[in-house]
Write a protein of this length. Structure first.
Ligand code: ARG
Length: 588
């Protein structure tokens, strides 16, 4: 279906043409003075120059052509030449009927459906997830869901960090504790045990201990680097330990991610593309892209138009070791071979901007991707505490993501228990659902690139621009619908009726914007647009609800029309929260 504003603009364009003017002047927008009108058109002002005529005269002629318009019930000409518009309730009803009867509420498939890979999450095995990992996970997940909803094919990849120094640190930590294990016997030739020599809770201690030690003890750090080197270069015992680290970590990571409704299609890691590095290096050398500079192998990526210094992309260090970007480039190579995506989207902290600039330029210059492959990096801002500094625990430590999730759930549980009677088990379930909405909405309602303040009181509030407020609204609608059914009302095939009040009309006008909103949220990879939309929609609904008798409406036809409107509102809201990554309980 066409976007609602396009439908209005078409009608307006026809009037401009009928009056002898260019139809493209008839662009209609939502009124920026809702106290004066619902929609407006400023085309007469633009036309004044083109036609050397006072705008008020043009507006007057256009308004005349709209006298019998089925779309606008009122067209007021206001000095110096605005067209202030009021929508016909009958026309709005027609569009509401159509969106309710069209799949995805009238959202059209994109002209070209793409295959998109999203690289998000970025968890490092053996290390706990911290609050910084929240954003990559929830924004990435939402972009994945939005893109899928509009019709793209999307593959989400966790891109685990399983290759860096943390591997050597864990290996050293294990060695300190159990030096007798076969993994450290370099003359050992047998099979390595299938069971890991540590549990997840041991692993959770090994890494921080070892990392702390390496900061105080330079010799220990050197050993950890040596262990990393051996691991990376295929020393069998170290490789085997590396696999144990991944195998023990991943189920734990999955648990945390799934508590946020984050799911990956691929759980690939940095280690999975190491096999490609020699071939890639060879290719870059042979193609004349890479050259040796101070012993290292680099690809120049600066461009003439650069206003800042863009250093060369280093592929191999002078000792032959690969780097973070070597792995990212090899991953691009593998993704192109295995999946051939039209676009790869990355989500990381915004401080990695120069890094991704270098990697993308290098991938392009060396032809690792095709010219039409779009590489897109989305850099997100920092999660800050109320003091405006990066979010920390009370004692100043790094906030673990599990802790943050648990604290939010506990807080929500207290709130749920406060106001209502609810069986224990249900209270826990509901609190969990609502807490996730608080976390996700609290994050996603901010434009990704901006920093935001993690304010638990605000995020978990049932009022204001929050996840719980949206859920509360959905639950309110559901409970009216349940009562309606209990009273014997039929739930299907109800006919919509034209709006009888301003608030009902506003609700309808919010609903018809869904398809345009979702399309732009997808095109701009902007989940915050979905949040802004449902906040407006929930406000419009609650306003309408407070002013309208629904179940006690005496006229049966009208009551059915109201119920149909409630059902549509619920469906649109639930679709939106689904793409944001959370869901609503039946009661709360
Ligand atoms: N593992 C990295 C970290 O925790 C993030 C990985 C980001 N993605 C990428 N393709 N480089 O910092």
């Amino acid at each position: 279906m066409k976007k609602f504003l396009d439908l209005l603009s078409e009608e307006m364009g026809k009037a401009f043409e009928a009056a002898g003017y260019d139809g493209t002047l008839g662009r209609v927008t939502v009124s920026n003075r809702p106290d004066l009108c619902e929609y407006q058109c400023n085309g007469a002002m633009a036309g004044a120059k083109q036609y050397h005529k006072p705008p008020i005269a043009i507006a007057g002629e256009v308004a005349e052509k709209l006298a019998d318009s089925p779309v606008f019930s009122e067209t007021a000409v206001v000095a110096p030449g605005f067209l202030n518009l009021k929508l016909s309730e009958e026309y709005l009803l027609q569009v509401i009927r159509e969106i309710a009867a069209t799949p995805k509420f009238g959202l059209e498939k994109p002209e070209k459906t793409k295959k998109i890979m999203i690289d998000y999450g970025g968890a490092n095995v053996a290390k706990p997830l911290h609050v910084g990992h929240l954003r990559s996970a929830v924004i990435g997940e939402s972009i994945k869901r939005i893109s899928r909803y509009v019709g793209h094919e999307v593959i989400g990849d966790a891109h685990l960090g399983d290759w860096g120094l943390q591997m050597g640190l864990v290996i050293m930590g294990v060695k300190e504790r159990q030096p007798e294990l076969v993994y450290f016997d370099e003359s050992y030739e047998g099979e390595y045990p299938k069971e890991a020599p540590f549990t997840i809770s041991e692993l959770a201690e090994i890494y921080p201990d070892s990392s702390a030690k390496s900061k105080e003890d330079a010799a220990y750090k050197a050993q950890a680097m040596e262990a990393t080197y051996k691991f990376q270069n295929g020393v069998p015992g170290y490789r085997s330990l590396g696999r144990h680290i991944v195998n023990v970590s991943v189920p734990e990571l999955k648990k945390t991610y799934s508590s946020l409704n984050v799911e990956f299609d691929l759980w690939k890691g940095e280690s999975d593309v190491q096999y490609l590095i020699p071939e890639m290096v060879e290719y870059m050398k042979e193609g004349g892209y890479a050259h040796i500079s101070e012993g290292a192998l680099v690809v120049d990526v600066k461009e003439e138009t650069d206003t800042k210094e863009v250093p060369p992309c280093m592929i191999l260090k002078s000792d032959g070791a690969s780097l973070y970007n070597t792995t990212d480039l090899a991953t691009i190579m593998e993704r192109m071979r295995l999946y051939h995506p039209d676009q790869i989207i990355y989500l990381t902290d915004k401080r990695q901007d120069l890094y991704f600039d270098q990697v993308f330029r290098c991938a392009r210059k060396t032809g690792l991707v095709e010219p039409e492959t779009d590489l897109k990096w989305i850099g997100f801002g920092t999660v800050n505490g109320k003091d405006g500094r990066p979010f920390k625990t009370r004692d100043g430590g790094v906030m673990r993501l599990e802790t943050l999730i648990q604290e939010t759930k506990d807080e929500m549980y207290r709130k749920i228990k406060e106001g209502r009677e609810m069986p224990e088990e249900e209270a826990i379930k509901v609190a969990d659902l609502v807490a996730v909405s608080a976390l996700l909405y609290g994050d996603l309602s901010n434009q990704a690139s901006k920093d935001y303040i993690f304010d638990s009181d605000k995020f978990t509030s049932f009022e204001g621009d929050t996840g719980p407020y949206i859920l509360y609204t959905i639950v309110r609608i559901k409970s009216i619908l349940t009562k309606y059914k209990e009273q014997g009302g039929k739930a299907e095939g109800l006919a919509f009726k034209a709006a009888c009040s301003e608030s009902e009309k506003s609700l309808m006008m919010a609903l018809v914007q869904f398809n345009a909103m979702m399309q732009s949220a997808a095109e701009e990879t902007a989940p915050h647009k979905v949040c802004a939309y449902i906040y407006d929609l929930a406000n419009a609904f609650n306003h309408f609800y407070h002013e309208t008798k629904i179940l006690s409406e005496p006229d049966e036809g009208r009551r059915e029309g109201l119920i149909a409107l409630l059902q549509l509102t619920r469906d649109v809201l639930e679709t939106c929260i689904h793409v944001l990554g959370f869901s609503a309980p039946e009661k709360m």
